[in-house]
Write a new protein. Structure first.
Length: 262
């Protein structure tokens, strides 16, 4: 469901009714006549819908985490806020950038429209920028020929799979975040899709190596062995970017998760 489109249509309808009442209907009603319900409701809801539309389109948008691909950083059921202007001001609905404010950086947690079905919003971590050479072999990550630093920080009990995984602090762009890997999981997903610029990637039984094309990004989940990401379905184009996730504001199952995350 395209909530932004529905919100825009409601805004247009309520705005047109409000304007028509001011220019036409009000002048033709008796002075003591009651407004029709559809005019009263439209005039009442128009400013509320306008405020929500502007806030959601240009400032922040709420999302709920549906899967465990970003464990341990984000848990299933986390409600997060996404900064809509961190990577540029975009027109609502068409998602076209009109003002360039900033670009995604390695290590950012980004919400984007799934390339294979843009009606779905996904969330992953940016590991590769346009032009980067990404190598993921033996469950280790290299960027432009340099291995990304990892520090072991003990085991992690994965509540999604009721299993124990190895937990590491990974450093990208000078900032640390946690990832988990499972000893018994294969180093690569069992299947890889056909996707645009597929020829820029080479695969083997132990991993892959890709060169990120211009205007695209390579993203991975922090739950490395349980994430369908750029290793499987390819690169994320700039026009699919929604925004930068930056704040956990609610988790009904764990109220203490309120706050920022890395």
């Amino acid at each position: 469901m395209n909530f932004a489109l529905i919100l825009f249509l409601l805004l247009v309808v309520s705005g047109l009714v409000t304007l028509a009442d001011r220019l036409w209907f009000r002048r033709r009603r008796a002075q003591d006549a009651k407004e029709p319900w559809w005019i009263e409701y439209s005039k009442s809801f128009f400013p509320v819908i306008l405020a929500v539309f502007l806030l959601r389109s240009f400032l922040v948008e709420p999302f709920k985490i549906p899967s465990g691909s970003m464990i341990p950083t984000l848990q299933v059921g986390d409600f997060i806020l996404v900064n809509k202007f961190a990577y540029g001001i975009r027109l609502p609905i068409v998602n076209k950038k009109i003002i360039d404010v900033g670009e995604p950086q390695r290590g950012d947690v980004m919400v984007f429209r799934y390339p294979e079905d843009p009606s779905l919003d996904y969330i992953k971590r940016v590991v590769g920028l346009p032009g980067d050479r990404i190598r993921y072999t033996g469950k280790r990550l290299w960027v432009n020929g340099s291995e990304v630093p990892l520090d072991a920080i003990g085991d992690y009990i994965n509540p999604e799979r009721v299993s124990v995984a190895r937990q590491f602090a990974e450093t990208l762009n000078g900032h640390q975040h946690r990832i988990i890997v499972e000893n018994d999981a294969p180093p690569m997903p069992p299947f890889v899709h056909q996707f645009p610029y597929r020829e820029k990637c080479t695969y083997n039984m132990d991993g892959l190596e890709c060169t990120v094309p211009p205007g695209h990004y390579f993203l991975m989940g922090d739950n490395r062995d349980n994430s369908s990401d750029s290793r499987v379905w390819g690169f994320v184009p700039d026009e699919n970017i929604v925004g930068k996730a930056f704040f956990i504001w609610l988790n009904l199952g764990e109220l203490g998760r309120f706050g920022r995350f890395q």
